[in-house]
Design a binder for this molecule. Structure first.
Ligand SMILES: Nc1ncnc2c1ncn2[C@@H]1O[C@H](COP(=O)(O)OP(=O)(O)OP(=O)(O)O)[C@@H](O)[C@H]1O
Ligand SMILES: Nc1ncnc2c1ncn2[C@@H]1O[C@H](COP(=O)(O)OP(=O)(O)OP(=O)(O)O)[C@@H](O)[C@H]1O
Ligand SMILES: [Mg+2]
Ligand SMILES: [Mg+2]
Lengths: 249, 249
C-alpha cells in the first residue's frame, strides 16, 4: 500500500501545487514510484507537469483510474490529471454524494503499485479537501511567512483533528512547511517565530526560500530539480524530501 | 445607489484581499463613503481591518445588514464582517438556496448611503463568488505575474461573460490588475507582455509593486496608505484609486 500525503491549506497561493510537484519529483529521483493526484479545479498540478486537463475528471467516471494515469517528464512519477469541468467539480464537491466513497475506493484499489501518492488540494476547506483528507495517511501544510498565514492555520488544524477522530483514524500530521521564505524581511522572522512557538515539533526543519527558479519551472513542465539543479529552491526541496523519507521510515 | 465592485480571482494568493482593503481606504480618503463586504470564509478582509469575524454571517441572518456594519480605523470606510462558521459558508454557497437572492436584496436595500461597495471573494469560482458577481456593477481581477496566472484567468473570464449575459446584465469589467510586480524578474516581464497582448484595454495602467510594507499593514489593522504613506505600495494604490475614479465617472 502506498503512503498517501495530502498537500492542503485553505489560504491561497502558499505553495501547495509547487510543493506537491517538487516533492513528488524528489521522491521519484530517490527511487520511489510516485503518483500526483490533481484535485484542484484550477489543474495547476496537471499543467505544471506539462500535461493538459481532462474533459471529465477520472474520479467521476466509472472506469478504473489505471486508464487515466499519465506519464510525466520525470521517470518514476505519474499523474492523475484534473478537470476544469464545473459539473465534475460540483459532483466531487457535493458533500453527501457517493463520489466521496468512490474516491477512497478508487485510490485504494488502483494505486497499489505506488510507493507514494501526493494529492494537490484547492484553496478551500470544502468537501474536495475534506475527501482528500479522508483518504490520506498524512497531511502536509505549506504556509507563507505572512500575517494572514496564522489566521487560517488554526481553523485548518481544527478541521484535521475532527477528521482524525471521525472519518479517518489513520490520518496524522506530516508537518507544516514554511515556503517563499525571505530571511531579509523582519515579517518573515516574526511569523516563523510565532509558528515554531505555537506548533513546535510539527514544523519541518527545512524551509523553502523564495527563488524565481521555482516559479519558472512549471512553464517548462518540469520540476525545479531539473530546471535549475544548483538553485537554492532545488536544494531546499531535496532537503525536504530527505526529511519526509526519514519521518516516514 | 452605490457602485459595487467585486474583487475576484479563482487563483489563490494573488492580492484580492490586499487590493480590496487598500483600494477601499484610498476611496474613503478621496471622500467616497465606502463599504467592504467580506465574503471569504477566511475572513482576511475583516481581520486586516482590525476587526474580528462574527459568529453568524450577517447575510444568513434575518436582520437588516445595518445592524452588523462596523466602523474601521479609516474614516468613511465601513465593514460588513465575515464568518468562519462552516454552516453559514455552506448555506451561502449552496447554489440553489434562497440565500442567493437574500444577498442581492440585502445589498440593494441596506447600502444606499454608500458611494462604493467592495466585495472580497474567496479563491474559487464556486457559488459564493458567483453570487457576488451577480450583484456587482464591475469586477476587478488581481493577478500575479507568474506562470499559473494566465491559466485561471481565461476560465474566470468565461464565467464572467456567462453571468453578464445571464443573471446580471449590468456587470462589466473594471479591469485586470497586475500585483506583486517585480521588474527585476524576467518572468514578470514575460507574463505582463502576455496579459497586455491578450487582454489589451482592460488591463489597468497602474501596477502594484511587491513591497513588504503592503504585507505588514494588515497586522496593524490599517491600510498601507496609513502604515507607510511614502512607500511604493501606497503610491501605487493611490494611482489605482485615481484610475478607478476616472473610469467610473
Ligand atoms: N519558493 C518559491 N519561490 C518563488 N516563487 C514561488 C515559490 N513557491 C511558489 N512560488 C510561486 O508562487 C505562486 C503560488 O504558488 P502555488 O501556485 O504553488 O500555490 P498554491 O497554494 O498551490 O496556490 P492555490 O491556492 O491557488 O492553489 C506560484 O506562481 C508559484 O510559482
Ligand atoms: N504588493 C504586495 N507586496 C508584497 N506582499 C503582498 C502584496 N500584495 C499582497 N501581498 C501579500 O501576499 C499575500 C497574498 O495576498 P492576499 O492575501 O491579499 O491574496 P488573496 O488573493 O486575497 O489570497 P486568497 O486567495 O487566500 O484570498 C498576503 O500575505 C499579502 O500580505
Ligand atoms: Mg495550487
Ligand atoms: Mg483573500
Amino acid at each position: 500500500m502506498p503512503k498517501t500525503l495530502c498537500i492542503a491549506n485553505q489560504k491561497g497561493g502558499v505553495g501547495k501545487t509547487t510543493t506537491t510537484l517538487n516533492l513528488a519529483a524528489g521522491l521519484a529521483k530517490a527511487g520511489k514510484v510516485t503518483l500526483v493526484v490533481d484535485m484542484d479545479p484550477q489543474c495547476n498540478a496537471t499543467t505544471g507537469l506539462g500535461r493538459r486537463p481532462l474533459e471529465q475528471h477520472p474520479l467521476v467516471g466509472e472506469e478504473s483510474l489505471r486508464h487515466s494515469l499519465l506519464t510525466t517528464n520525470q521517470e518514476g512519477l505519474m499523474l492523475l490529471p484534473g478537470s476544469r469541468r464545473f459539473r465534475d467539480v460540483e459532483l466531487l464537491a457535493h458533500a453527501d454524494s457517493d463520489y466521496a466513497n468512490r474516491l477512497i475506493e478508487h485510490l485504494n484499489h488502483d494505486t497499489a503499485k505506488f510507493d507514494f501518492v501526493l494529492i494537490d488540494c484547492p484553496p478551500s476547506l470544502g468537501s474536495l479537501t475534506q475527501k482528500a483528507l479522508a483518504c490520506s495517511d498524512e497531511v502536509l501544510m505549506p504556509i507563507q511567512c505572512e500575517y494572514f498565514a496564522m489566521e487560517g492555520l488554526k481553523q485548518m488544524i481544527e478541521l484535521i483533528r475532527e477528521i482524525m477522530v471521525g472519518q479517518n483514524q489513520k490520518l496524522s500530521f506530516a508537518g507544516i512547511l514554511l515556503t517563499m521564505y525571505d530571511p531579509t524581511l523582519e515579517l518573515t522572522k516574526e511569523v516563523e517565530d510565532d509558528v515554531r512557538d505555537f506548533f513546535g515539533e510539527i514544523v519541518f526543519e527545512t524551509v523553502i526560500p523564495r527563488d524565481v527558479a521555482v516559479a519558472e519551472s512549471p512553464s517548462f513542465g518540469i520540476s525545479v530539480l531539473d530546471h535549475a539543479p544548483r538553485s537554492r529552491g532545488t536544494r531546499a526541496y531535496i532537503e525536504l524530501c530527505m526529511e519526509v523519507l526519514t519521518n516516514v521510515s
